[in-house]
Write a protein that binds this ligand. Structure first.
Ligand code: PMP
Length: 416
């Protein structure tokens, strides 16, 4: 069922919320799990797990094609999930919501299809930024066997903010797309994407936003942003893996050719010629991740119970608390100190490799990410091979941050 804005919202209570996530009760290495790797993937509430179990236990059938009860039921649930996504990001129409595997596939789809649509000519440019995930770098390089697309990279400041002046100067008549991250997974920077879009549109250039970290953090409104494309992953927004979303404005999706061919995306097929189905089916070849879509719908229902501003406020408090505590650790340097930040803290400690930090605190059940976070060019910009990264969502607590700090102190003692 779709939620409406007039509904009474569930009161935010972190302890109660934690009870909704069964994994948070488990022990790791004999200690209560402290899960601080939410930017990599978030945990799943029981409601999402139940939706998957319900589907596979009672409702499983292939969708769109069957004229029997179960097929119609599965189809209805899958298409209802699409409507929930449409409402979540305030798209104009459900046909602008393409189900894909995740953010990575969404960006590959746009790159591949725009190239085949002859949107790009050899020598045309796509503007990305220095803080992109590899998912928004490599797809553009892969196009080189079709089109020689030049990537131009918006530089970033030492605090991890985009240089908007440099960005504006980069746009030329060869610029055919701006493709940037909404919230950086490595730095936490919330980019001024509305401004970025305004600038691009004043030059008639469309914009793709990588929203993998943004949709889990706050309310995204693609119409208000005026984004041409928006990509995100279900598994980071408390839903299952293997399902994600590409939003595209109808005017773009209509002129783009299919990404893959096969069943479910056609209207007629002969050996000579195929005609394609309407949006969004044109982009959804083959049996989709039906359970994943339904699970994502359940995740959206879960989030919609709350006033999202309360969730954001809690995450911001955790960010402030962690930043303050970490900044008192001697020898620790936070990478990414933008004014507008989401609840991601990347750091390095002089003389200790991030892998050692991650491995040692894991023995106390604390899960953080260590490595390049699929942003190697960003690591090069900050002249570090890797960072340790703690990322929080609404089910995390100050006590968990205290445990992280204790863990870091323990690591430091081992290395001094
Ligand atoms: N972009 C960003 C900013 C991300 O954080 C991630 C996941 N780490 C991705 C893209 C890729 O997402 P996925 O692996 O779910 O396709």
């Amino acid at each position: 069922m779709l939620t409406t804005i007039n509904e009474v919202k569930r009161k935010f209570d972190v302890e109660e919320i934690r009870n909704d996530f069964p994994i948070l009760k488990r022990l790791v290495n004999g200690k209560p799990l402290v899960y601080l790797d939410n930017a990599a993937t978030s945990q799943k509430p029981q409601a999402v797990i139940d939706a998957l179990t319900q589907y596979y236990t009672f409702d499983n059938a292939n969708i769109h094609r069957g004229l029997y009860f179960l097929s119609e039921l599965a189809t209805e649930q899958y298409e209802t999930a699409r409507l929930k996504v449409k409402e979540l990001i305030n798209a104009l129409s459900a046909s602008e919501i393409i189900f894909v595997r995740g953010t990575t596939e969404a960006i590959n789809l746009v790159a591949s299809s725009l190239c085949r649509a002859k949107h790009f000519k050899d020598g045309d440019e796509v503007i990305i930024s220095n803080m992109e995930h590899h998912a928004n770098i490599v797809p553009w390089q892969l196009m080189s066997d079709r089109k020689q697309i030049k990537m131009k990279v918006i530089p970033i400041s030492d605090s991890g903010e985009l240089d908007l002046e440099a960005y504006e100067k980069m746009i030329t008549e060869k610029t055919k797309l701006v493709s940037v991250v909404h919230i950086s997974n490595s730095l936490g920077t919330i980019n001024p994407v509305k401004k970025i879009i305004e600038i691009a549109h004043s030059h008639d250039v469309p914009v793709l936003l990588d929203g993998a970290q943004a949709v889990p953090h706050f309310k995204v409104d693609v119409q208000d942003l005026n984004a041409d494309f928006y990509a995100f992953s279900g598994h980071k927004v408390f839903g299952p893996t293997g399902i994600g979303v590409l939003y595209g404005k109808t005017e773009w999706l209509e002129i783009m050719p299919p990404y893959q061919g096969g069943g479910d995306m056609i209207r007629t097929v002969t050996f000579e010629k195929t005609t394609f189905d309407d949006l969004p089916r044109k982009f959804e070849a083959g049996t989709p991740n039906i359970a994943g879509g339904i699970g994502l719908g359940a995740a959206i229902d879960y989030i919609n119970q709350f006033d999202r501003n309360e969730l954001v406020a809690h995450e911001n408090k955790l960010l402030d608390y962690a930043t303050e505590k970490l900044s008192h650790v001697e020898g620790l340097r936070i990478i990414g100190t933008a004014k507008e930040k989401a609840s991601v803290v990347s750091f390095v400690i002089e003389g200790i490799h991030p892998y050692d930090i991650g491995t040692i605190i894991d023995t106390d059940g604390i899960a953080i990410r260590t490595g390049h976070h699929c942003t190697q060019p960003l690591m090069a910009r900050f002249n570090v091979p890797a960072t340790a990264r703690a990322s929080f969502v609404f089910y995390n607590t100050k006590e968990e941050i205290d445990k992280l700090i204790l863990g870091i102190q323990k690591v430091k003692k081992m290395f001094i």
